[in-house]
Design a protein around this ligand. Structure first.
Ligand code: ADE
Length: 229
């Protein structure tokens, strides 16, 4: 899978993909992540990418020209399954969308900035608008990093233990059960007896029960979905 991220702040995205699982995914050739500086596509002599908004309203707006050029130059090389725009007014990102995107071949993520982007870009180029939650970030870069991280780890072969993505929180609209490691007792605090029993069936049943109980208590909205699906 190839992900092209277009941003005015490429520096923010230097680190998130250079470590651990996401780094290895790229080394194994399972994911390609390319960061593009929007300013490189500006035809303005000061490499500006924003301008004042028409009508009343404070704040700068991302202009059409550099975005169009950036997207067109990528589209000239290959087909894209989705052109995503990160914005607080997009659809709220979740595991289902991460699964969906992980099956795509090429996607572009355009990071929002300033007061927004010229609406014509949204109308003509953007195929999907994603928010990472009901709060406002200073820009879409961290949102793009969240989406990329959640998507890349789902690409087959990225996680060494193939089953671990299947038992993730949210995979079945259930939160994960609690986990424990050694020692079995620490300052009087004990690991649940059943986990030490060596009986796989009992352990699996206990984990499922715990997942259901935790979801019911902590995320009643998710529990409702679990019952419905
Ligand atoms: N840009 C600013 N806030 C955002 C959010 N919550 N999600 C995605 N992009 C954003």
């Amino acid at each position: 899978m190839r992900i092209d991220i277009i941003t005015v702040l490429p520096e923010i995205l230097e680190s998130p993909f250079s470590h651990s699982i996401i780094k290895r995914a790229q080394e194994k050739g399972l994911a390609e992540i390319h960061i593009h500086n929007l300013r490189d596509f500006s035809e303005d002599k000061h490499r500006r990418v924003d301008d004042y908004s028409f009508g009343k309203g404070a704040g700068m707006v991302m202009a059409i020209q550099p975005v169009e050029k950036a997207i067109e130059s990528l589209k000239a090389e290959r087909n894209y399954d989705e052109i995503i725009f990160t914005t607080p007014d997009g659809d709220v990102f979740n595991q289902k969308e991460a699964n969906n995107l992980s099956m795509m071949k090429n996607i572009i993520i355009l990071c929002g900035h300033y007061k927004g982007i010229d609406q014509r870009i949204r109308d003509f180029y953007i195929t999907k608008e994603i928010s990472v939650g009901d709060y406002v970030l200073t820009g879409g870069e961290l949102a793009a990093a969240i989406i990329t991280d959640a998507v890349v780890r789902l690409i087959p072969g990225v996680l060494s233990d193939e089953t671990s993505a299947l038992t993730d929180s949210f995979q079945d609209n259930l939160l994960s059960p609690p986990v424990y490691t050694r020692p079995a007792e620490y300052k009087g605090m004990k690991v649940p007896e059943i986990l030490l029993s060596g009986n796989d069936k009992l352990v699996d049943d206990w984990k499922q029960e715990q997942a259901i109980e935790r979801t019911k208590k902590l995320r009643p909205d998710l529990y409702k979905k679990y019952l419905e699906d």
